[in-house]
Design a protein. Structure first.
Length: 106
């Protein structure tokens, strides 16, 4: 049980830090606002590209199973779950990318 809690915190921490995500939320000594915005846009673009495969897989699953889930009333819940997973993955990638560029969440 402790391992599950620790892993949950590890995976959720970047998402919690990025709650108000945006280029204005990052600090780096010597970085101008336009440089920060450009780095953030670069990380955001990278996150979209990196998560596109999972998004496509989820869309394929929705196409194949959507009617079944609609009939059971689970479609909205599953769609929301997929969307939340994609958002969490994207935020984690952006977080790690910005940290890798020398920024700290502010």
């Amino acid at each position: 049980m402790k391992r599950i809690v620790a892993m949950s915190v590890l995976f959720l921490l970047p998402a919690l830090i990025l709650g108000c995500n945006g280029p204005g939320r990052w600090n780096k000594d010597g970085a101008s606002p336009s440089m920060t915005a450009a780095d953030f846009a670069d990380c955001n673009s990278f996150a979209q590209s990196a998560s596109q495969k999972d998004t496509n897989i989820n869309q394929d699953i929705m196409s194949a199973r959507g009617r079944d889930w609609q009939n059971t009333g689970a479609l909205d819940t599953i769609r929301d779950t997929y969307q939340a997973q994609n958002q969490d993955q994207s935020e984690t990638i952006i977080f790690r990318c910005m940290v890798g560029k020398g920024y700290a969440p502010g």
